[in-house]
Design a protein around this ligand. Structure first.
Ligand SMILES: CC(C)(COP(=O)(O)OP(=O)(O)OC[C@H]1O[C@@H](n2cnc3c(N)ncnc32)[C@H](O)[C@@H]1OP(=O)(O)O)[C@@H](O)C(=O)NCCC(=O)NCCS
Length: 172
């Protein structure tokens, strides 16, 4: 398996990954994650170095993750998601490889923190913890402990307050 940056030729394969990984909407509508990734690509918060695909030995894209730039009281911070892996290759380490790679890339770019909304049984293995324990508040208080944060190398404890995702998330 290879982890590499998304290129233009990957767009349809990335759609396929999220279409298969996420539940369809009402009446079988496209999962919202498919359109979200398209909207993020043309948003100011898009960071090309933080949209990564996993490619299998045959060159097929089997997973995708993206971090986009949001803001924590004016400090640029990344929001992680969506992440998706084709159902037929889940639980084989693809998601883990994507998570480690995108967090290392965000760290290398100097972002101090990554946040996400997700399961408490999956993300703590990558250093995420309930964001509130770091003084970082979710856009929606109802998210509770599922809103998680992962400090990166330039994080300092003064980095506190309410996080705002890139604009396309707010349109969901
Ligand atoms: C969540 C997701 C990205 C994980 O990718 P993956 O390639 O299946 O995960 P990995 O194989 O790297 O998992 C690594 C470890 O995480 C844990 N894990 C994986 N999926 C898990 C799940 N659904 N629940 C709990 N723990 C899980 C396991 O400990 C696993 O190791 P193990 O299989 O040796 O026990 C993938 O299952 C997926 O696309 N799900 C549907 C879309 C989704 O829910 N995305 C996340 C919300 S944005």
């Amino acid at each position: 398996m290879l982890i590499r940056r998304e290129v233009a030729a990957d767009v349809e394969a990335i759609d396929r990954v999220h279409r298969a990984a996420f539940a369809a909407g009402a009446g079988g509508a496209e999962p919202i994650e498919v359109g979200l990734v398209h909207a993020l690509r043309v948003d100011a918060g898009w960071v090309p170095a933080l949209s990564l695909v996993a490619e299998d030995a045959g060159g097929q894209v089997v997973g995708h993750v993206v971090c986009t730039e949001g803001s924590l009281e004016g400090t640029p911070v990344v929001g992680l998601g969506p992440i998706g892996v084709l159902p037929e290759v889940q639980r084989a380490g693809v998601g883990r490889a994507l998570m480690h790679a995108v967090l290392a890339a965000a760290d290398a770019l100097g972002y101090p923190l990554a946040v996400l909304l997700g399961h408490l049984d999956y993300y703590p293995q990558f250093g995420f913890r309930p964001a509130a324990t770091l003084g970082v508040l979710a856009p929606d208080p109802a998210w509770g402990d599922h809103f998680q944060a992962r400090p990166l190398a330039t994080w300092t404890p003064e980095l506190r307050g309410r996080f705002r995702y890139a604009a396309p998330f707010e349109a969901l």
